[in-house]
Design a protein around this ligand. Structure first.
Ligand SMILES: Cc1ncc(COP(=O)(O)O)c(CNCCCC(=O)O)c1O
Length: 454
């Protein structure tokens, strides 16, 4: 067992159950929340956190919970990563905000230079910094439309891009994200996704990446007209849709089509970016070079920051004053990002992701050999998921996933669910989690599956 220095106190890297989870102090705060906080913001596990680091979340009752969610792929570099804390603390003591549109500061430029260097492609790039993933996606669409003079945006089944009006329109799943929040933005068109586990043709043959891409191209040509399309926006691995890794060849074929037709290809790497998949960016797995890439989540070790990084000739289509926002590229968030990026590059976190993926995939594959309800195990690096189905068909099994996640929570392991059908367990541990903690978590998950299957 190792311990981490968090906030001046040692945080032992071990699962510890002191009370039921959530415990009495958490329940007391939760009661206050009910009368103070709008119910629209839910919480997967209302055990109120007082410290976090490595692979552990410590709650107000003293329980130590193994974190397999990383705040939805945000504390990828580890909660309170020492480099992030040092950089952000120093910045906090200098100045907290000037608004980059008013009085600029070097940290913003340094983050843009790092993004331009690190993202796929050796072409000249420009970046703009914002606050959230949705804001980055909104700006990527604005820039693509301004550059092309076109309106149409193509998105995909199972996509998730945010909760603002435009990004809600781009997101696929109605509940909980969209129902009742319309009318939605115009000129957003949804294409069929390559979903290998569920993607069979009429003869029951798996649809190849190239064939799936042809479906998309036909849809674009026949239902929109490629000359009207400003952007194709896709997650290289779909996150909230269920960690869907498209069939090989799908993404490169779409990149080539976009290039031929003057369409801006946008890779939304808000969830898959920054070492999560075992490469710095998920686009690298099929060697695609997006025209624009959106990033957020893991970019700044937990502080709110997002970015749009794109080909200079595209980004330069929008002149001064036409993009921005009050907080975009906040100086403390920029300092944190430089700390997180240094950690990704110098602390071996990309390799950690690959190593974590091997352990998680091995444990899930063994489960799949015992339980037919584990229908599919997929993902890349430390972005792995198990899709749960019925015992005698591949119909989704969301009830089983909920039982498993609830069992895990009660036994000190935080696991996130996801997917269009709610039947996916996804694993997004901080890349600083130890093998011991990870294997302890999967011992609990195995118990949970055994206890939950009918
Ligand atoms: C690919 C991809 N693009 C965009 C976004 C949006 O990022 P924001 O920072 O949440 O706006 C996400 C955020 N995914 C987690 C949403 C959690 C929730 O709101 O229930 C993403 O995964």
């Amino acid at each position: 067992m190792t311990a981490l220095e968090i906030g001046g106190e040692a945080l032992p890297q071990e699962r510890k159950i002191v009370t039921e989870i959530p415990g009495p102090k958490s329940r007391e705060i939760e009661a206050r929340r009910q009368s103070a906080v709008a119910p629209g913001v839910g919480s997967s596990l209302p055990a109120y956190v007082v410290a976090a680091g490595g692979g552990i979340l410590k709650d107000v009752d003293g329980n130590q919970i193994i974190d397999l969610g990383a705040g939805i792929a945000v504390t990828t570099a580890g909660n309170s990563n020492p480099r992030v804390v040092k950089a952000a603390t120093e910045q906090l003591q200098s100045f907290t905000h000037t608004c980059f549109m008013v009085n600029p500061y070097e940290g913003y430029v340094e983050v843009a230079e790092a993004l331009n260097r690190l993202t796929p492609g050796d072409h000249e790039k420009r970046s703009i910094l914002l606050n959230s993933g949705a804001e980055a996606v909104e700006n990527a669409v604005k820039i693509a439309r301004a550059h092309t003079g076109r309106d149409a945006v193509v998105v995909f089944d199972h996509a998730y891009h945010g909760r603002t009006n435009l990004t809600m329109s781009m997101t696929a799943k109605a509940n909980p994200y969209k129902a009742g929040f319309g009318p939605f933005a115009g000129e957003v068109y949804r294409a069929p996704m390559s979903y290998p586990f569920r993607d069979n043709d009429a003869a029951g043959t798996k649809v190849s990446g190239e064939e799936a891409a042809k479906r998309v191209i036909t849809m674009i040509e026949k239902q929109i007209g490629s000359e009207h399309v400003a952007a194709i926006v896709i997650e290289p691995i779909q996150g909230e849709g269920g960690f869907i890794v498209p069939a090989e060849g799908f993404l490169p074929a779409l990149v080539e089509f976009a290039k031929d037709k003057g369409i801006v290809f946008v890779a939304d790497e808000v969830q898959a970016g920054f070492a999560r998949t075992g490469k710095m960016f998920a686009s690298e797995w099929e060697e695609i070079v997006p025209d624009i890439i959106t990033t957020a989540k893991g970019i700044a070790g937990g502080l709110p920051l997002s970015a749009v990084t794109g080909r200079a000739e595209i980004m330069d289509s929008v002149g001064p004053g036409r993009l921005g926002g009050t907080y975009g590229g906040n100086p403390v968030a920029c300092a944190a990002a430089l700390g997180a990026i240094a950690s990704y590059e110098e602390d071996g976190l990309v390799d950690n992701a690959a190593h974590i993926g091997e352990i998680v995939t091995d444990r899930l594959t063994k489960l799949q050999g015992k339980y037919p309800e584990v229908g599919d195990v997929r993902g890349r690096g430390a972005m792995i998921a198990a899709e749960f189905v019925q015992r005698d068909s591949i119909d989704p099994n969301p009830d089983l996933v909920k039982k498993i996640a609830d069992y895990c929570a009660k036994n000190g392991v935080l696991v996130l669910t996801t997917g269009t059908f709610g039947n996916i367990l996804r694993f997004l541990p901080p890349l600083t989690i130890s093998d011991e903690l990870l294997n302890d978590a999967f011992d609990v998950i195995e118990e949970a599956v055994a206890a939950s299957v009918g």
